[in-house]
Design a binder for this molecule. Structure first.
Ligand code: UDP
Length: 363
């Protein structure tokens, strides 16, 4: 059997690494190919994850980065088509909701290569999020929909997807987290940043709705500036956010330690020992739920409601006062968590078993 997996952006690496490892373990004879589209390409957004997550070097690199959504999606499609024709895998494996996910799926669907979508079925019901469009299109054309939690199954069934194509496999991102725990525990990042466990906030912001609107970005930084007067905030800044902060001359208070994007082990070490995490990330909502760390998600909605229903996540309507209020509330009453079912470090094994079990024409 031949399986071709695609990565493009930071959140993809921690999902594909355990899947490739599980396929190799279950079936060493399966021929695996890794394609990197190049959406994220530098040391801090890509290379460090290949090393830390022990991903193999990509067999093919499409070198597509930057550009508008349309330009990026179209260029990935153009570059990916001949690669897919050349390899003709039995399965294309795509993960998550980035432009690479939808672009490669579209190419495969037209060539007739079966598509397995990992992290299928998540819905924010907010079409202003580019990721929501990517999720819906990818799910609509995928042959096998591998969901992280039962809400994903329910969303797909409500959209009319045949139940036979849906498999709840659990959360593959948590596989990477569990495997990395010893390395995360060995990280020296807290002492390097002069932080003490339980005594700081970890913040990340990069969703266009929060950082591309200068007024919104200024409002959120205003709240962080105020919070940092009582507790230090460490803020690993996504390149998109850094560009906006600089363009708008938005000042950060001294209590905010702004650092470059961090490698996986250091970032997860900071998350694990934070008092509260403030974020608009998708993956961070899941990782904090697994770790039982309070998370304030600065967004009006989430495609990951299980992190609220069972986990430690709370939504905060983006704004200065709303964030300050939510901060006070969780400081006094930290949410309790139950770890969602199948977030157990074995999702990739279940994914590999499913991919290998079927002949590609009968998913
Ligand atoms: N992450 C990291 N270093 C950072 C920020 C994030 O290692 O400085 C990891 C973390 O595991 C997170 C993942 O990258 O869950 C994806 O992050 P991002 O917020 O960029 O993507 P999203 O999940 O919002 O698509």
């Amino acid at each position: 059997m031949k399986i071709l997996s695609v990565v493009g952006a930071r959140p993809n690496f921690m999902k594909i690494a355990p899947i490739m490892r599980a396929i190799q373990a279950a079936s060493p004879e399966t021929q695996q190919t890794l394609v990197h589209t190049g959406q994220h390409f530098d040391e801090k957004m890509s290379d460090v994850f290949f090393r830390e997550l022990e991903l193999p070097k990509p067999d093919e690199h499409l070198g597509v980065s930057g550009g508008s959504h349309a330009v990026q999606t179209a260029r990935i499609m153009l570059e990916f088509e001949p690669i897919l024709e050349k390899h003709r895998p039995d399965w294309l494996v795509v993960v998550g909701d980035v432009n690479s996910t939808v672009a490669c799926s579209l190419v495969a669907s037209k060539i007739g290569i079966p598509i397995a979508h990992v992290e299928a079925g998540l819905r924010s019901r907010d079409n202003t999020m580019p990721e929501e469009i990517n999720r819906k299109i990818t799910d609509a054309i995928s042959d096998l929909l591998l969901t992280p939690s039962p809400d994903g199954d329910a969303n797909l069934i409500a959209e009319g997807v045949d139940r036979d194509r849906i498999v709840c496999v659990g959360n593959v991102m948590i596989d990477s987290l569990i495997r990395a725990l010893p390395k995360i525990e060995a990280s020296k990042i807290l002492s390097e940043l002069e932080l003490t466990a339980g005594n700081y906030v970890l913040a990340t912001l990069h969703r266009p709705s929060n950082v591309d609107d200068p007024q919104m970005l200024a409002q959120l930084i205003k709240a962080l500036n105020q919070i940092s007067a009582s507790l230090p905030i460490v803020f690993p800044v996504h390149p998109r956010t850094r560009a906006r902060l600089e363009a708008e001359n938005i000042e950060l208070a001294d209590g905010i330690k702004m650092v470059d994007p961090l490698g996986y082990f250091d970032f997860m070490a900071l998350m694990r020992s934070a008092k509260v995490v403030m974020t608009d990330s998708g993956g961070v909502q899941e990782e904090t739920t697994y770790l039982g760390v309070t998370c304030l998600t600065v967004r009006p909605n989430t495609e990951r409601p299980i992190t609220i229903d069972e986990g430690t996540n709370r939504l905060v309507q983006p704004g200065t006062e709303t964030l300050l209020e939510a901060w006070k509330e969780v400081e006094a009453n930290p949410p309790q968590r139950r770890c969602p079912e199948l977030w157990d470090g074995k999702a990739a094994e279940r994914i590999a078993a499913r991919l290998l079990q079927t002949s590609s024409d009968t998913p």
